[in-house]
Design a protein around this ligand. Structure first.
Ligand code: NDP
Length: 338
């Protein structure tokens, strides 16, 4: 059983030596338990927070412990009445390793006939749910409004963009690079996509939003937020989902203090700025999402892009890339065979 553990806490960007690869015996199961074999491991931005021991909404991974994460597993053997060998499940107790043991309470059974099983790590799971609730409940989209979303080709952003279109919004996407922007225009159906690496990014964004911005779905923070702030309309809504541009930061950004400008804009424009932690705040509404998303997928209304990297040993490098925008689509590691 190969497992990737947290060897040390990163300062700034993670390095490969913040992780260690251990090999242990395949665990034994007791009555009431199942042995799970990992097929796919999800890599997500929140894992950077778990590598740190700064105060947060969740406990950090302990030094020497296996990195946590969502996985798609097959039941390898079962001493639990509810599961049989070969069942597909989604688990949050296995993490970055080949095998794990569960008593079944955390497992969600998957039907491979509904959709490829790995979708449960992306659009049909936590990131899709995040996009759905943040946009619908905090964003309150109305037809004709302008919605802006960055990290637009990732699982959260791509879902926000497509639900925004289904709700009749004008959607302006932001992504890193020409290839990602072309993908957003051609496959997600957005009205415009602006490359945040362009020198005149703020000017291009203003030109793409001639009627201002009614909803800014915040995934990144940093200079993207700086460009959005002056374009916000009165009563604009900002679901604060993530600020990935700052996850590796070791201090405040250079330049003038923008806090005064932010607070006065919140006041003058009567902005709604609300953070949320998906399962803590919206876990009770999962079935609403699961039903809508299953229907949209079945009707062909959702386009979904995954990037599959082979090999558990490549997870640290792939994770580092996720924090730098090197992924293109939902990043998953193929840990083992189907
Ligand atoms: P993605 O697959 O979209 O990956 C992250 C993307 O962020 C990168 O591909 C890159 O896209 C972009 N990015 C990285 N660094 C920067 C930067 N410095 N400036 C601008 N963009 C950057 O991730 P997810 O869809 O899984 O997650 C998106 C956001 O949602 C994250 O902030 C995450 O933390 C948050 N989240 C929050 C949850 C909650 O409960 N609140 C739950 C799930 C996710 P590009 O190259 O296009 O810039």
């Amino acid at each position: 059983n190969r497992q990737i553990t947290l060897a040390s806490r990163p300062q700034g960007s993670p390095h490969n030596d913040n992780f260690a690869l251990n090999v242990t015996a395949i665990p034994e199961i007791q009555d009431g338990q199942v042995l799970l074999r990992t097929v796919y491991l999800s890599l997500d931005p929140y894992m950077r927070g778990r590598m740190s021991d700064a105060e947060s909404y969740a406990e950090p991974v302990a030094l020497g412990a296996t990195m946590i994460g969502g996985t798609i597993n097959r039941v390898e053997s079962s001493r639990h009445a509810g599961f049989s060998k070969g069942d597909w499940v989604l688990s949050y107790v296995v993490g970055w390793q080949d095998y794990g043991v569960s008593d079944g309470t955390d497992l969600v059974k998957l039907d491979p006939a509904q959709a490829p099983v790995s979708y449960a790590l992306g659009m049909l799971g936590m990131p899709g749910f995040t996009a759905y609730m943040g946009l619908k409940d905090i964003g309150q989209p109305k037809a004709g409004e302008t919605l802006v979303v960055a990290a637009a080709t990732g699982p959260v952003g791509a879902t926000v963009a497509q639900i925004g279109k289904l709700m009749g919004c004008k959607v302006v996407a932001i992504a890193g690079g020409e290839q990602k922007c072309r993908f957003a225009l051609e496959n997600l159906g957005v009205d415009a996509c602006i490359d945040h690496k362009a020198d005149d990014f703020a000017t291009q964004l203003a030109q793409a939003c001639p009627d201002g911005i009614d909803i800014y779905f915040e995934n990144v923070g940093g200079k993207v937020f700086d460009a959005v702030l002056p374009l916000l309309n009165t009563n604009a809504r900002i679901p604060v989902c993530g600020t990935i541009a700052t996850y590796n930061a070791t201090g405040l950004p250079a330049g003038p203090d923008r806090l005064g400008l932010l607070m006065s804009t919140i006041l003058v424009k009567r902005l709604t700025v609300k953070g949320f932690i998906i399962f803590d705040d919206y876990g009770h509404r999962y079935s609403e999402f699961a039903s809508d998303m299953a229907n949209w997928l079945a009707e062909g209304k959702m386009h979904y892009k995954e990037q599959v990297v082979d090999g558990l040993e490549n997870a640290p490098e792939a994770f580092r890339g996720l924090l730098e925008g090197k992924n293109f689509g939902k990043l998953v590691i193929r840990v083992g065979d189907d």
